[in-house]
Design a binder for this molecule. Structure first.
Ligand SMILES: *Cc1c(COP(=O)(O)O)cnc(C)c1O
Length: 224
């Protein structure tokens, strides 16, 4: 199947229940343009350099999402244009994003990455860590950061029950934050969860944004 047909099939399954980030990491511009010509406008990358290069080379109405782990010293390369940072997982990173946002005078949209997987290797805040530093005062200080919701990655497993449980826990954490720290924030609306293998399950568990790569563009030459 072509990229266009794959995209159509994924979109039919999602059926407007969540927004679709087409994950184009490692894929050439011509593949991205094929999806673009089929109507896709949101693309996700996990490397700052690759994202910045593709931004330069491709149509300017593309919304670029940084979905991978982000190092503080690289925020500056994408701060002026990035549409959403999914992997924001430390207070230090939030403060750097705030600083870079101030420099380019824009509020940078972010998702707080939460650790929901059993695996030790996945990045993200624990719920306790988050509650320990997120306060109305801190949010006021972070005036150039726009926190739009949460992001999480499930354990890499075939056990659907476990994945379901982890997705459900992210939705609960989101609801808890929405009812407390972000009570007054109309912008706190997004739950980014679900990839090629599990995006339908993620939507059932409350995802508002799925990140789908290989089901659209085919398998990559490396695994994440
Ligand atoms: C690569 C990646 C995806 C997409 O993975 P697929 O299984 O190819 O759909 C989603 N989210 C993150 C954070 C990724 O790094």
């Amino acid at each position: 199947m072509s990229i266009k047909e794959n995209l159509q099939s994924v979109k039919e399954q999602i059926a407007d229940r969540a927004s679709l980030v087409a994950v184009s990491k490692t894929k050439p511009n011509e593949d991205i343009l094929e999806a673009y010509d089929a109507g896709q406008r949101i693309f996700g990358e996990n490397k700052v350099q690759e994202l910045a290069a593709k931004y330069e080379e491709l149509p300017k109405d593309i919304e670029w999402h940084m979905i991978g782990h982000l190092q503080s010293n690289k925020v500056k390369y994408i701060a002026p244009f990035v549409s959403l940072l999914h992997g924001v997982d430390s207070e230090k990173l939030l403060r750097t994003i705030n600083k870079e946002g101030r420099k380019c005078n824009r509020r940078i949209p972010c998702l707080l990455q939460i650790h929901i997987a059993e695996e030790q290797t996945k990045f993200g805040f624990s719920q306790d860590e988050l509650l320990a530093f997120l306060s109305p005062e801190i949010l006021l200080e972070l005036e150039f950061v726009e926190i739009k919701g949460v992001m999480g990655m499930a354990t890499y497993t075939n056990d659907q029950n476990q994945i379901k449980k982890e997705f459900s826990s992210l939705t609960q954490i989101f609801n808890g934050l929405k009812a407390t720290v972000f009570k007054k924030s109309e912008l706190f609306t997004e739950i980014s969860m679900g990839m090629s293998g599990d995006f339908m399950l993620a939507i059932e568990e409350g995802s508002t944004m799925v990140r789908v790569g290989s089901s659209i563009f085919g398998v990559r030459n490396y695994t994440r």
